[in-house]
Design a protein around this ligand. Structure first.
Ligand code: NAI
Length: 337
């Protein structure tokens, strides 16, 4: 069966890691027909259009996208196209598995980390409602709704139940934001009641941050509002080798976009240094979504074999290989299997 998928290479290191991922996916034998569209800071600046019509039209048609990062200017300029895309397609669940990789040495070599972060993806402080009340006084509005909180909680518990996980931890700041995070927590508790076989607990976000760096092995599934999820995903990536190795999926009821946790990494862009693992692992999640389970399994195994072997790794994980050399090593392992 042919799968029609939108490919958004993005900018910065995006085109490099996307090219590596495309090559690796071709080696799996899965028949993917790419609908390639451009979404980049340059294009947005040139056209003034943050969500170009052809990008939306492609995603409306294919329903599935594989996406590299897109740069967002800091403190000025256009609004994040990533946030806009997630809101526009109602991709409410940002799912980020954080798993130890063989051959990457970290402070936690003696434990096997395997957690999945469920980040609410459509509201919170990312609602984009900022306002200058008077000069030098800004309000930035945090929006928390029952609808969005309940559905991210349901996504986390459903996943936990299907994948025979043990525990779901809700992360919040309801001691201070009693109404907003209080509602988020109430929704998590209500959903938890439907899954008595999963242990449910709650942690305040500051304590959760400390626990993540001191005893990360206690975590299984974590569910949280948008901002905490954004920050703690990067923190958790640091536990398993960095942003180069953590994938993600933005899931809605009708569309899905698979993309890494990392951004456009302007410091290494265009040099062939970027680690494509995060996007390749995101494409494993995409293959599962497309029900290509055999290929997903084979690709995942090939990535882990490449890490075990250890001689084709990129600089961020202490290797010397280029983006494409890593991809070629993964392809060798696919073929060998
Ligand atoms: P970043 O994730 O791009 O980079 C942080 C650090 O990690 C850098 O030192 C970078 O070299 C390294 N890094 C990231 N990915 C890597 C990879 N695959 N291989 C090796 N090293 C890697 O975060 P930063 O610098 O804060 O953001 C840069 C731009 O990316 C910003 O404009 C930001 O808004 C955008 N961004 C876009 C995202 C998206 O499109 N989904 C997500 C996060 C940030």
């Amino acid at each position: 069966m042919t799968h029609l998928v939108t490919l958004i290479p993005g900018d910065g290191i995006g085109p490099e890691v996307a090219a590596a991922t495309e090559r690796v996916l071709a080696a799996t034998g899965v028949d993917i027909q790419w609908d390639r569209v451009e979404l980049s800071a340059d294009r947005i600046r040139a056209t003034g259009e943050s969500l170009p019509a052809d990008v939306l039209a492609s995603l409306e048609k294919t329903k599935v996208g594989l996406k590299g990062p897109v740069t967002t200017p800091v403190g000025e300029g256009f609004q994040s196209v990533n946030v806009a895309l997630r809101k526009r397609l109602d991709l409410y669940a940002n799912v980020r598995p954080v798993k130890s990789m063989p051959g990457i040495h970290t402070r936690f070599d003696d434990v096997d980390l395997d957690m999945v972060i469920f980040r609410e993806n459509t509201e919170d402080l990312y609602a984009g409602m900022e306002h200058e009340v008077v000069t030098d006084v800004i309000t930035s509005i945090k929006v928390i709704t029952r609808t969005a909180s309940a559905r991210i909680a349901r996504a986390a518990f459903r996943f936990g139940s299907r994948h025979l996980r043990k525990k779901v931890t809700a992360v919040h700041k309801a001691n201070i934001m009693k109404l907003a995070d209080g509602l988020f927590l109430r929704c998590c508790r209500e959903v938890a009641a439907d899954y008595p076989h999963l242990v449910y607990n709650e942690l305040i976000v500051d304590n959760a941050s400390m626990q993540l760096v001191s005893r990360p092995e206690q975590f299984d599934i974590l569910v949280m509002p948008n901002l905490y999820g954004d920050i703690l995903s990067d923190l958790a990536a640091g536990l398993v080798g960095g942003l180069g190795v953590v994938p993600g999926a933005n899931l809605g009821d009708n569309h899905a976009i698979f993309e890494s946790v990392h951004g456009s990494a302007p410091d290494i862009a265009g040099k062939g240094l970027a680690n494509p693992t995060a996007l390749i692992l995101s494409s494993v999640m995409m293959l599962e979504y497309l029900k290509e389970f055999e290929a997903a399994k084979a690709l995942h195994a090939a990535i882990r074999e490449t890490y075990k072997e250890g001689d084709s790794l990129t600089g961020d994980v202490k290797g010397t290989a280029s983006t494409m050399q890593f991809a070629d090593a993964v392809i060798r392992h696919i073929k060998r299997a």
